[in-house]
Design a protein around this ligand. Sequence first.
Ligand code: FES
Length: 81
Amino acid sequence: MSDPKHGERPIVLEESPGKKAYCQCGLSEKLPYCDGSHARNQTGLAPIVVEVADAGKKAICQCHQSANKPWCDGTHSRLSA
Ligand code: FES
């Protein structure tokens, strides 16, 4: 299994309701969404698939350390020092 490519900050966007697959390998060209790069690069990683119930602003974790993935919980701000 490969280590994910980490981002320094969450991706904040206006999300729409529906089934979403959020990238966990960091290699997607469509971040924060999975584009299949995890499989093409044989990372052994997989996206987190969730059903988003309500439209609204969401912060998608890119440091991959959140305790509430795929959502940002602020952990990224404590990682770099
Ligand atoms: S492209 Fe990163 S998890 Fe699928």
